[in-house]
Design a protein. Structure first.
Length: 133
């Protein structure tokens, strides 16, 4: 099987010293693991367009995407995830769980050690400690 690279955008909702993470639902791969909200970029989309679309689809919020924060590439069985992370400047709407089964606001300093945070997200969490602090 040919290995692929998936371009994935992640959203950093940062409020009161905490960052939002979502738990992957039972019907998803890596079920029960935690991640930044977001998803795969589609052909013809900018990173920011992708992230705004994914947040509409997954969380039912309209988000203003802010600056690029950091990135990480991580190898999985199927190939590589290249994760680019952006700050969410503001959003409207109540967060709904469409493809996740739980959400949690984690203190920034605890995020990298949060149990079952996806492997691709851990280096991002560590970088955010320096970027957002």
């Amino acid at each position: 099987m040919e290995k692929v690279t998936k371009e994935v955008m992640g959203a950093v909702f940062y409020k009161d010293g905490r960052i939002l993470v979502m738990r992957r639902a039972p019907f998803l791969s890596w079920a029960g693991w935690w991640e930044f909200p977001g998803g795969k970029r589609e052909k013809g989309e900018s990173n920011e367009q992708c992230l705004a679309r994914e947040l509409r689809e997954e969380l039912e919020v309209e988000a203003e995407i802010g600056e690029f924060l950091t990135e990480n590439s991580h190898g999985y069985d199927f190939g590589t995830v290249h994760l680019s992370v952006y700050r969410v400047k503001s959003w409207t709407g109540d967060i709904r769980l469409n493809v996740h089964d739980a959400l949690h606001w984690v203190p920034l300093k605890e995020l990298a050690d949060f149990p079952q945070l996806l492997p691709a997200d851990i280096p991002v969490a560590r970088a955010l400690e320096n970027i957002l602090d």
